[in-house]
Structure formats: C-alpha cells, structure tokens
Design a protein around this ligand. Structure first.
Ligand code: ADP
Length: 270
C-alpha cells in the first residue's frame, strides 16, 4: 500500500501557546426528558508543556471529556482547538489525519499490536500519518523510555510496565501537540506505575510535551501540574500540583453523599 506524504500542519502551535482549548463544550446523549448531559459546558485552556490530570467519580464525564478533547467524539455544542486548529467543522478524514499526526494516545490496556516488533509498534503512528518511518527517531524515543535494547522484541516478551513504556514511546514518536492518557497506570503495580508516571513527567519537563491524563489514582494525579475534578459533567474544582493526600481529600469531598459540584467546591475551597 502506498503511503501518502506527510502534510505540514496548517497552524503549528506557537511555542508557549495553548495545546488544547475547550470553549463551552457540551455533550448530550439522547434528547428530551431522557437526555444525559455528559458535559455541561467545559471551558479550559491547557498550555503547551503542561501535565493535567482529570479526576472525578464514575459517570462524571471523564471519558466523554477525553474523547471530545482528542477529537474522537464531537461535542453537541462548543469549540475544541488542538494546537491552534479548530476541529469542529473538520471532516472525519481530516480529523483522523490530525489525530494521527498531532496527537498521541496511551491506554490502560497498552494496545500494542502483538504481531509487530517493539520498533514496528513505535513506528506505526508515523506510518499511519503518512510519514516516512524514521528508525533513528524510534531508537531515540525507545532509549528515552529505557528500552533502547528492546526494539526487536515482541510485546509478549516484555513485562506490563515495559509494554506501557513502549506505548509511551509510540505516543511520543511524532512529537505530538498533546498526549492523551486514559488510566495509563490502571493495569500496573505501584512500582511500575511510578516508573511510567516519572517518564510522563519527564516528557513534559524535558521534551515540552503536553499530557492530559484521566486517572482514578491520587498518586498518579500527584505527578500532574494541575488536577481537574469533574462532577456531573462540569469542572467542579481544580488543584495546582498537590500531594496525593490532598488530592484524595478533594475527591472525597466530591463523592461525599449529597455533594453537588457547588457544595463540593465550597467545601474544598475552604
Ligand atoms: P466517566 O468516564 O467519568 O465514568 P462518562 O464520560 O463515561 O463518565 O459518562 C458521563 C455520562 O454520560 C454518564 O451518565 C454516562 O452514563 C453517559 N454516557 C456516556 N456515554 C454514553 C452513550 N454513548 N450513550 C448514553 N449515555 C452515555
């Protein structure tokens, strides 16, 4: 199959500019009395080179938020800009192209292709984005995640933590505008999770990557520069970089019986 040549991004993000901007983002499922308001108007700017954790009780809208912010789902209303590009009116094809060339993804279940080598897995986003697979770049990102000698292995020959590091290398290989991570440490033990989180933190600090991570784990959220708490489809609270204990306290305030976004916020802000 012939691969198309890579297109230059039309609006590359200026250094220091916003990597992600959501304005008035709403997502409704269904209509009328049975409608579910999964997102009720999210306004958010994530600067380039920032690490944001998104927390919230089950059903608060975390997945919907991540899907809308990453162009995997379309908001019912509002605007999403990625790396300075408004994605609202984009065709599916252009959106897919943008996701492949300018976004990276890390999932709880690693999602590596078992029949490919580690190096081939890391090169996959480049191939899908129509870029020439750059083996030196693959070796560079694999070295960054401590797997410089594992390129010829199959995923099944690696531990869970190593597989997630391959997934991280794959997410970083195209130098994306944003890396979206969905419970990236959910399947890992504490020690291995800490290694992966340290690498994510390092990608932000050393490579100026922008990371948005959905997590249930206050320890994981403690690696982020900012923690957003979603409740009932709205941002109920935010914290700057904080200890896991402080983050867990805020989560408890949100999930306490009878807590609404407003009361949780009032309690947490005290
Ligand atoms: P979280 O990730 O925080 O658990 P979700 O974003 O999955 O929350 O869901 C937010 C709300 O939207 C929930 O009430 C959920 O039931 C609802 N929802 C999510 N996806 C759909 C869908 N495809 N159809 C109908 N309702 C949905």
């Amino acid at each position: 199959m012939a691969l198309r040549r890579a297109k230059r991004p039309e609006h590359p993000t200026p250094p220091g500019g916003a990597a992600v901007e959501l304005t008035g983002v709403r997502r409704q499922y269904g209509r009328g009395a049975g409608a579910v308001h999964a997102l009720r108007g999210i306004d958010l700017t994530l600067p380039r080179g920032s690490f944001t954790a998104v927390m919230g009780p089950s059903g608060s809208g975390k997945s919907t938020f991540l899907q809308c912010a990453a162009g995997l789902d379309r908001p019912t209303a509002g605007s999403v800009r990625l790396g300075g590009t408004e994605i609202g009116g984009m065709s599916e094809n252009r959106l897919t192209e943008l996701r492949r060339s300018r976004l990276g993804f890390v999932f709880q279940a690693f999602n590596l292709l078992p029949s490919l080598t580690v190096e081939q897995n890391v090169l996959l986003p480049m191939r899908l984005a129509g870029q020439r697979p750059d083996r030196r770049r693959a070796a560079e990102v694999l070295t960054q995640v401590g797997l410089g000698d594992k390129g010829a292995r199959r995923p099944s020959e690696l531990s869970g933590g190593q597989q997630q590091r391959v997934a991280l290398a794959r997410a970083l290989v195209t130098r994306p505008d944003v890396v979206f991570a969905d419970e990236p440490t959910g399947a890992l033990d504490t020690t291995t999770a800490a290694e992966v989180l340290t690498l994510l933190r390092g990608a932000v600090d050393s490579l100026n990557a922008t990371v948005v991570m959905v997590t249930h784990d206050p320890v994981a959220a403690g690696y982020a520069d900012r923690v957003l708490f979603l409740a009932d489809g709205a941002i109920a609270d935010t914290l700057p970089r904080s200890s896991p204990a402080r983050i867990a306290d805020r989560m408890r305030a949100l999930t306490a019986p009878g807590a609404t976004p407003a009361t949780a916020y009032a309690g947490a802000a005290a």
